[in-house]
Design a binder for this molecule. Structure first.
Ligand code: NAP
Length: 432
């Protein structure tokens, strides 16, 4: 029997558990530990609330969670309720699937002004993450600036641009829906430091911007390379650029415009006690990199959301690569018995599905590294430790009750109304 502890119940965590089941059959016990009383990590608090079909992948994780050899151990903070050295004593393998929940800083003057918000916080706010439920971003300025040319920037721009009706069928939390309902922003500027051929936006997500009720996406035709240059692009990027070419033909005929500002990098954020404008420098591309040209201009804005990537928070005693913002590891191996998977291993890239081969690879490492007759005590010893410490563990059955309560509280047409406070989640465990 091999005992495995997975820290983090997002996609990387559940795919690791699934990989262990495939690898070891019934000869494994996997405990999936999470800081929150609710599972699924980024599926719940990262994937956009109007992308319900993507969130549907959690049903696959539920099948893993409901099998006898996998447990959900929620409401447990590693580093506080139990340490990594303690877990390494109890389990044959400890897998860090903690994701990358911290924002990379812009690192420019004024990036600490009220109104400058990282995408982890902004996305966490509209998705009901308890850490960000009280954010109340300022939405009454003339404009919003979204920094970055990836899919998260698209999510943020789209959420700002949609009407209340367009959130029908989504699980955006009530406080965010109400707050967005009376905003006055009429221009959302997406700042891309490189050009249309260097975006990290995928075609389906980019195409959605072209079909919004009250917002029109606009691209300056002068920013586009000659059409024949698109032939050299890989097919997905070529489709994305085709959307940008379409946006370059649009006119400003709706109340909100989403402006793609290419070759533009923020160099300072200014305002009297809060954001009032972003100072932007034009760039040109040299050897694939954006280099400032010295030409600057100001964009009025009351809100700046930086969508420039994420970092994994370090854990005491775990080797960390500060430059890359993730655990130091060799293909997932950190130290004997200690592994990293998903964004905590490779950084914040790829789709949800990318984490599946990642998780399966870690299961193969465990098979190679941990003998079949390993003698660590596993979950029984963890339960004893938590009982002695009075840790209030949330089980998968508890989560199912929380889930039922969220579904029961849903607005009409919405799949659920999420609890946004840990106390509310814990209270909803009681039957009835
Ligand atoms: P991303 O795809 O890596 O994009 C980050 C963007 O930020 C890039 O355009 C990058 O430009 C820019 N950037 C980085 N540092 C910057 C700086 N200092 N100043 C200005 N711009 C800067 O990251 P993401 O959007 O956070 O997405 C993370 C992952 O989740 C991606 O794999 C993404 O596809 C995925 N995701 C998928 C979906 C979906 O499928 N619906 C939704 C959300 C997220 P450079 O290219 O020049 O570095």
């Amino acid at each position: 029997m091999r005992h495995v502890a997975v820290i983090g119940s997002g996609p990387a965590g559940y795919y690791t558990a699934e990989g262990c089941q495939k690898q070891f059959g019934d000869a494994v016990r996997v405990d999936i530990i999470d800081r929150l009383p609710v599972p699924y990590g980024l599926i719940r608090t990262g994937v956009a609330p109007d992308h319900q079909s993507i969130k549907g992948v959690s049903r696959r994780y539920e099948a893993t969670a409901l099998s006898d050899n996998v447990r959900f151990v929620g409401n447990v903070t590693v580093g506080k309720d139990v340490t990594i050295p303690e877990l390494l004593e109890l389990y044959d393998a400890v897998v860090l699937a903690t994701g990358a929940p911290h924002d990379r800083a812009l690192g420019i003057a004024g990036d600490d002004l009220p109104g400058v918000i990282g995408s982890a916080a902004f996305v966490g706010w509209y998705n009901g993450h308890p850490d960000f439920a009280g954010l109340a971003p300022p939405l009454h300025g003339p404009g919003a600036v979204v920094v970055g040319a990836g899919n998260v920037a698209l999510d943020v721009a789209r959420i700002l641009a949609k009407t209340q009706d367009e959130f029908g069928g989504s699980d955006i939390v009530g406080h965010a829906l109400a707050h967005l309902g009376d905003h006055t922003i009429d221009t959302v500027t997406i700042l891309a430091r490189r050009g249309p051929h260097e975006i990290a936006m995928t075609p389906k997500e980019l195409g959605e911007l072209g079909h919004l009720v009250r917002a029109v996406p606009l691209v300056n035709p002068a920013d586009l390379p000659p059409p024949e240059a698109d032939a050299a692009l890989e097919p997905g990027l070529r489709k994305s650029v085709a959307h940008l070419r379409d946006f370059a033909t649009r006119t400003h005929d709706k109340p909100i415009r989403v402006v793609f500002d290419f070759f533009a990098i923020p160099v300072a954020i200014e305002g009297d006690g809060r954001v009032e404008r972003v100072i932007v420098e034009r760039t040109q591309i040299e050897d694939g990199r954006a280099i400032g040209t010295g030409e600057t201009y100001a964009i009025p804005a009351g809100l700046v959301v930086s969508c420039i990537g994420y970092r994994t928070p370090p854990l005491d005693g775990v080797p960390y690569d500060d430059r890359l913002g993730r655990f130091a590891n060799e293909n997932g191996r950190i130290a004997p018995g200690l592994y990293a998977v998903g964004w905590a291993r490779r950084g914040p890239t790829g789709t949800i599905g990318t984490n599946r081969p990642d998780g399966f690879m870690i299961a193969e490492h465990i098979a190679a590294d941990v003998p079949e007759d390993a003698a660590k005590p596993g979950r029984a010893a963890l339960d004893a430790l938590f009982a002695a410490r009075g840790v209030d563990v949330v089980t998968f059955r508890d989560w199912q009750r929380i889930d039922e309560a969220e579904i029961a509280h849903a607005r009409t047409g919405s799949p659920r109304e999420k609890f946004t406070a840990v106390d509310e989640m814990l209270a909803a465990r009681s039957p009835g």
